[in-house]
Design a protein around this ligand. Structure first.
Ligand code: GUN
Ligand code: FE
Length: 428
């Protein structure tokens, strides 16, 4: 059933400064597409099946623009190092376990179950270098109903031999086999995933750019996260004048094929201009930036320049799958940045954070992440009545509080592209 009406407090973004809230209004889904938000329900929709969520908070569902599924088991652990030390000490050792398909099965069952129960409806996900485990992850996501881009990770240098492609040629063959197996899912799509420049040789990047052109694939990677990493990339790629050029010289920096770059904490003017010019998406991951002491990305500058920007959990450098938490941390980090580092960029507010979590990141999937007419109909229904309070609060205040309390627990139903993933209470 992909046509119905939902009644409740409808919250959605039109732009970074336009957070629209219709208290006890109606949002209509027709063939999986949003047919508008109404204060009074137009008569023509009176015959549609009706979900009465009066008083509940209704949001379009979040996009997690950057998350590492195999790192989920060690979230909240090993947070005392910076990026490169953290990768070498904790991350590579955990990811190596996914050569064992039974370990992958157990771990990905937990990840997908928790993702389904969160407020996230869409995600861009890193797997590991292992094709079998990555395919398993895609199958689990496909049957969950979550919409996702998933990448087999590519890496062939500066990493342990137990977690490295045998050669660029072997990586090409394995990656192509994985791509061709991944093209026919309904909910899940492949995305090229060179881990980051320090672990990807020129030979590997060349091979991946051939696959990108052959299969018209988007790409996801990491960019300018940590100052030591940036210095290392300068040494590894002496022919480039900034980090992003090491992707763009292989056509993997937006323009023809969409690209997501996670972090961009320390991007300079040339890198930022190229991201803007080539429509690169930035995945801002504030919890990760904090845990790995990377710094705080200048997100307001990106938003004001019109660069496409969404939020990422970056599990396990971020500890939580909750995009509510990512929103709160984006705001809080921007306040510290403003106070301690740069008074020219005002702190973010709820409106900007909600935009990034919904419409900003959702744009990577096309028309997703809003209840404006014509958008794919994703909806998350939240019953916040368990959070007791003596005073009257309007819907905007209740939404603000959900963000700061990072409440993903009270979700009573979730819809993706008009399909119901679950509903916890009986409604007609
Ligand atoms: N850079 C390269 N790999 C990773 C990773 O797994 N997490 C983060 N945060 N940064 C990276
Ligand atoms: Fe990451």
């Amino acid at each position: 059933m992909r046509r119905f009406v939902i009644k409740g407090n409808i919250c959605y973004s039109k732009s970074i400064n336009e957070l629209c809230i219709t208290e006890n209004g109606y949002v209509v889904c027709e063939d999986g597409i949003c047919a508008g938000v109404y204060k009074e329900l137009p008569e023509c929709y009176g015959i549609f099946p009706f979900y009465d969520y009066t008083n509940h908070i209704i949001i379009p569902g979040f996009t997690d623009l950057h998350v590492h599924a195999p790192q989920y088991p060690f979230r909240g652990l090993g947070m005392d190092l910076e990026l490169i030390g953290w990768l070498n000490t904790h991350t590579f050792a955990e990811e190596a376990k996914y050569s064992d398909i039974e370990y992958a099965r157990k771990s990905y069952d937990i990840f997908v179950e928790d993702l389904v129960n969160s407020a996230t409806t869409r995600a861009c996900i890193f797997g590991t270098i292992h094709t079998q485990a990555t395919t398993l992850l895609m199958e689990k996501l496909e049957s969950s109903g979550i919409k996702a881009y998933v990448g087999k990770v590519n890496m062939d240098r500066n990493s342990p031999l137990y977690l490295q492609e045998k050669s660029a040629g072997q990586a090409f063959e394995d990656t192509e086999k994985w791509i061709t197996r991944s093209l026919n899912y309904e909910n899940v799509k492949p995305i090229l995933t060179p881990r980051f420049i320090p672990t990807c040789s020129d030979g590997l990047m060349e091979k991946l750019s051939i696959l990108q052109k052959k299969y018209h694939l988007p790409v996801q990677s990491h960019l300018s996260e940590n100052t030591g990493e940036i210095k290392w990339v300068k040494e590894l790629c002496p022919d480039t004048s900034f980090y992003g050029e090491a992707y763009s010289k292989y056509g993997m920096f937006g323009n023809e094929y969409p690209a997501i770059m996670a972090h961009c904490v320390h991007s300079g003017g040339d890198e930022t201009s190229l991201m803007k010019k080539q429509n690169v998406f930035i995945a801002h991951c504030p919890e990760s930036n904090t845990n790995l002491s990377s710094g705080i990305a200048p997100v307001r500058a990106y938003l004001e320049l019109g660069i496409k920007t969404g939020l990422g959990s970056d599990i396990a450098a971020g500890s939580s799958l909750s995009i509510f938490k990512a929103m709160a941390m984006a705001i809080q980090c921007s306040k510290l940045r403003w106070r301690l580092q740069d008074q020219s960029l005002a702190p973010l507010g709820i409106s900007e954070a909600f935009y990034m979590a919904t419409k900003g990141g959702g744009e990577f999937f096309g028309k997703a992440g809003s209840f404006e007419e014509g958008y794919e109909f994703d909806a998350v229904i939240i019953d916040d009545s368990t959070i007791k309070h003596p005073q009257k609060l309007n819907a905007r205040e209740r939404l603000e509080r959900l963000v700061y309390l990072a409440e993903d627990k009270n979700i009573v139903a979730k819809f993706v592209n008009g399909k119901k993933l679950f509903e916890k209470t009986a409604h007609s």
